[in-house]
Design a protein around this ligand. Structure first.
Ligand code: F0G
Length: 454
C-alpha cells in the first residue's frame, strides 16, 4: 500500500480562453465552445486548508521516497496531492521523475554566472522529460478504457508514449516526420511496439493529420494539448524546489518547442506560490532555436498578440516546430513570472551542447538551447552574475549521438552557410583518432594531447 494521501484531489477542466468548465474533455481535448485549449484547476485549494499545510505536505512527499510502493517511488505520483486524482489500479508508472540536479562549473564560467545548476530530465526512464507527463496522461487513458493512444512527435513524446502504452497494455500509434527525428528516438518507439508511421511532412503536418484522425477513431490523444500531460510535467518544478530546500532560484530556463513543458513548469510555480510552498517566483525564460522561433517572434514582434506559424528548421530536431499548440499557456506563465524569451543560432546550440558535455553531463541538442540562451540573457543584463540559475535539460545525450559525432568530427556545419561561424567551436571538438594497433602510436597520441591541454 502506498503512503496515504489525505484526500482525493478535485480537479476540474477549464478553457484557457473563454473560461468554460466542461465536465470532460472530449476526443479533440479542446473547448467545445471556442476551440481553445483546456487546463486543470483545483477548486478545493483554499489557502489555509489543512490538507495543503506546507510543512506536513513537504514532509509527506519526502517520506514517500523511502517507501517500497511503486507510486510513492515515482517522482511524479509522490506529489499526487497536486495532480488530478486517478485511481491506483489505473496508474502506469516506470518510476519516472526523481531526476538529479547537477552543478555545472565550466558552463557557469562560460556563461558568466556563479551559481548554475541543471535539472536533468533526460535521466527519466525513456531518457526525456516526457515521461513525467506521460505517466499521468497514459494512466488517464487507461482509466478511460482506451484501446489505442496516439501522438504526433519529434521523437521523444513517441518514445515515451510507446513505453507507457506497452506497460498499460494499450496499443500506440506514432506519427513522426520522415527523416527528421533521431534514430535513437525512432528505435525506442519500435522497441516498445508502437505502430510507427513516418509521414512525408514535418511535425506540424503530423499534428494536423492526428487532429483529423481523433475525430474519426476512438484513440486517446497524448500530445501535450492533453491537460493530464501538463499536470504530470508540473512535478519537475515541484521536485526541483524540494531539491533546493524550497528556496527558489532567481531564474529557470527551458527550451521551447510545442511549449507544453514551459507551460507546465510555470503552472507549477504559480500553484506552489498560491499554496505557500514557496515564497516567491523564479523568472521562467523560454529559449527557441532561431530557425524554429514562432514564440520568440510572437513575443518580440507581435507583443504576444498573435502567433504566426512558420516552416521550422533546426538541427535540434526535437524543437523543429513551427506552430506550437500551447503558446497562449506559455505566454501566460512568461508574464506571470516576469521571464524572457530568447532565440539562439545553430552554432550557439552546438557550442553549448559541447560545453554541457565537457562538464560530464551531456544532453541532446534541444536541451542545450538553455545554456546558449543563458549566455544571451547574461549579455543583455537580464540575468545578473550573482543570480542563481537552473537549466532544465530535457533529453539525454544518447538520444542523438549522430549530432554529437558530426560535431566532434567537424562535419556538422560542413558546406553550410554557417560554416565560417562554426570555426569558433573548433576548440571544443574531440574527434576520434584512428591509429594502428601499437603501443607507440597510443603513447604518441597521449603525449600530443597532454601538450595541447597545457
Ligand atoms: N526538448 C526536447 C528534448 C524535446 O523533445 C522537446 C519536445 C522540447 C525540448 C520542447 O518541449 O514541446 O514542451 O516545448 N518534444 C516534443 C516531442 C515535441 O514530440 O517529443 P515543448
Amino acid at each position: 500500500m502506498s503512503i496515504a494521501q489525505n484526500t482525493e484531489t478535485i480537479a476540474k477542466l477549464r478553457c484557457i480562453a473563454c473560461g468554460a468548465t466542461p465536465d470532460s474533455a472530449g476526443q479533440s481535448l479542446r473547448c467545445a465552445a471556442c476551440g481553445d485549449l483546456l487546463e486543470f484547476f483545483f477548486p478545493g485549494w483554499p489557502p489555509g486548508s489543512p490538507v495543503f499545510e506546507p510543512a506536513p505536505l513537504k514532509a509527506l512527499w519526502l517520506k514517500r521516497r523511502t517507501s517500497r510502493d511503486a507510486l510513492d517511488q515515482s517522482g511524479v505520483w509522490r506529489f499526487r496531492e497536486l495532480l488530478p486524482h486517478i485511481p491506483e489500479e489505473h496508474a502506469i508508472t516506470l518510476r519516472e521523475g526523481n531526476t538529479p540536479l547537477y552543478r555545472l562549473p565550466r558552463c557557469a564560467r562560460a556563461a558568466g554566472v556563479e551559481n548554475l545548476q541543471a535539472k536533468h530530465q533526460g535521466m527519466n526512464p525513456t531518457a526525456s522529460f516526457k515521461d513525467t507527463g506521460m505517466t499521468v496522461a497514459a494512466s488517464s487513458a487507461h482509466q478511460g478504457k482506451f484501446g489505442w493512444v496516439a501522438c504526433a512527435s519529434t521523437g521523444n513524446t513517441s518514445a515515451s508514449m510507446a513505453a507507457y502504452a506497452a506497460r498499460g497494455n494499450m496499443h500506440s500509434l506514432v506519427l513522426i516526420p520522415e527523416g527528421k527525428i533521431s534514430w535513437g528516438k525512432l528505435s525506442q518507439a519500435l522497441d516498445y511496439g508502437a505502430l510507427t508511421c513516418q509521414l512525408r511532412t514535418d511535425f506540424d503536418g503530423c499534428v494536423r493529420i492526428l487532429n483529423d484522425l481523433v475525430r474519426q477513431k476512438p484513440v486517446c490523444l497524448l500530445n501535450s494539448v492533453n491537460p493530464y500531460r501538463i499536470e504530470g510535467q508540473k512535478t519537475a518544478a515541484i521536485e526541483l524546489m524540494e531539491q533546493l530546500a524550497w528556496e527558489p532560484p532567481d531564474h529557470i530556463i527551458v527550451p521551447g518547442g510545442n511549449l507544453g513543458n514551459s507551460s507546465a513548469i510555470g503552472k507549477a510555480l504559480v500553484e506552489m506560490l498560491e499554496l505557500k510552498l514557496i515564497s516567491r517566483l523564479p523568472k521562467l525564460s523560454i529559449i527557441q532555436a532561431q530557425g524554429a522561433n514562432p514564440f520568440y517572434r510572437c513575443v518580440r514582434e507581435f507583443g504576444g498578440k498573435k502567433l504566426e506559424p512558420m516552416t521550422a528548421d533546426t538541427l535540434a530536431t526535437a524543437i523543429r516546430i513551427g506552430n506550437p499548440a500551447s503558446w497562449k499557456k506559455a505566454l501566460r506563465v512568461l508574464q506571470a513570472t516576469g521571464g524572457e524569451v530568447e532565440q539562439v543560432t545553430e552554432v550557439e546550440i552546438a557550442v553549448a551542447k559541447a560545453e554541457i558535455g565537457a562538464d560530464g553531463i551531456g544532453c541532446e541538442p534541444a536541451s542545450a538551447v538553455t545554456l546558449a540562451g543563458l549566455k544571451k540573457l547574461r549579455r543583455s543584463g537580464f540575468v545578473k552574475p550573482g543570480e542563481s540559475v537552473v537549466l532544465i535539460l530535457t533529453g539525454h545525450a544518447l538520444k542523438d549521438p549522430d549530432f554529437t559525432i558530426k560535431f566532434h568530427r567537424g562535419d556538422l556545419f560542413a558546406g553550410a552557410s554557417n560554416e565560417a561561424e562554426a570555426a569558433q567551436a573548433k576548440y571544443l571538438q574531440r574527434a576520434p583518432v584512428v591509429l594502428d594497433a601499437n603501443l607507440g602510436a597510443v603513447i604518441a597520441a597521449l603525449d600530443g594531447a597532454e601538450r595541447t591541454s597545457k
